[in-house]
Write a protein that binds this ligand. Sequence first.
Ligand SMILES: *[C@@H]1O[C@H](CO)[C@@H](O)[C@H](O)[C@H]1NC(C)=O
Ligand SMILES: *[C@@H]1O[C@H](CO)[C@@H](O)[C@H](O)[C@H]1NC(C)=O
Length: 462
Amino acid sequence: ISRMQLSIALLLSLFSALSALRVLQVSDFHLDVDYNRKGDPQKMCHISAASRAARLDEVSDLGSYGDYMCDSPESLVTFAVGEAVRVSNSDGKLDLVLWTGDNTPHIDGYDENYVVNGIKKTTSIIKGAFPNTPVLPTFGNHDYSPANAFDANVTLYERAFELWSDVIVGTDNEALFKRGGFYYYDFKGARILVLNTNLYYNVNDAYKDFVNPTDPAGQFEFMETTLDSAAKCTDNTKCFTTVHIVTHIAPGAFERTPNFTWYRPEYNKRFLDITKKCASNIGWMIFGHHHTDTFHVVRDDLGAAVQTLLMAPSVTPWFSSLPGAGSNNPAFRLFDTYDDERHAYKEITTYAIDLSRLNAGKQPEFAALYAYTLEYQMAGLTPKDFDNLITRMRADDNLFYKYIANNAVLVDLNMPVEPYRSAQFCSMEHADFDNYYDCMKSSFAPYSILPTVILIVSRIFL
Ligand SMILES: *[C@@H]1O[C@H](CO)[C@@H](O)[C@H](O)[C@H]1NC(C)=O
Ligand SMILES: *[C@@H]1O[C@H](CO)[C@@H](O)[C@H](O)[C@H]1NC(C)=O
């Protein structure tokens, strides 16, 4: 074949392949290589080699797949990934893996080599399990030394590039990644932006060093430029009309802790302004970080739902001490899409395993926990359908309870009372901070103690 035929074939494969997709999302491994069955659950079950030797006579009484107080042992990560292969790809028809960050455990006192070694390990586990499927990695806020200190032009980006360069194709992409830890990936007629929103985290220590605090590493400009060209594209066989967004931390509030938010306010606003302006060209908006299963609706200025931000639960069961938070069962998620230009969601299914039953040898496999449209009787999975789901949950405690059970993957089965109940609803209803706080104000809050308490707990949030 001539070079011309070849490039036409290449173009066609990039743009015209409208097919239904199957996409896997795995998130928040928080692999702790020093998890030990002789560990202390109050200390993350984490033992260094030296103290392990000193505890030879102790009984190994923790689970071999981990503990609800602790981050993932390697056995859990390997098992979860193997199960993800079985569930999503035993017929070899999985199209894509989204891996939404946080490989490092919630510990202190490690260096960059520790982070890179952890990422190396998780990279080889996941890539080894999916040799023929593109795997798109993202940084989580813990994938840095010390945690939460992401800046522009750091050595970690150079070192991670060596591990992930198979999906960061092109010199422009390499430059973006080495500058800000973000990149794009062109896939089946759409462009996927894999962002580094750890730059926007309100506890990110590098903020004081930002060269350009209004747009760290130029990531917002990159988002806007990409989305503006998508808006100008009129022929999907020649350019991209759809842009998907995949990243670790989402804008909006944590649904389990009242008045607890992630981004600095100015970044939250900018991210949502871009989302609102470009909503009709954005396909998926997919995140991790919460460890729990929830979503936020993004509204235009008239209040209409124009986008949905979807958070998938984590593989790590780790207990978060944030008020109202806690542990969860290990989980991963599968998206099935329509064969349209937007790759619109057809179904979203979350798979999970009961960690204590796994440890006890009573549940050998991950099983489907629920599928969105069936579980919540949704007509579809558009932003309006999600908005409608919130309205129905507000009016129907049985429906809301299904969501609550899924929220921490069946670990916390208590119906939340105020102000935690409102925190759930307001977080789903409003990713915008002003509207979120207004919503919280109008909720019944007997006393307002939380903000001060939260500020003094440890810096290990999520
Ligand atoms: C990062 O490095 C590049 C190349 O040296 C430089 O042009 C750019 O200004 C730096 N960006 C930031 C935000 O420090
Ligand atoms: C949350 O913030 C709102 C708005 O500032 C306030 O009215 C409410 O009392 C707060 N709730 C809690 C539980 O702190």
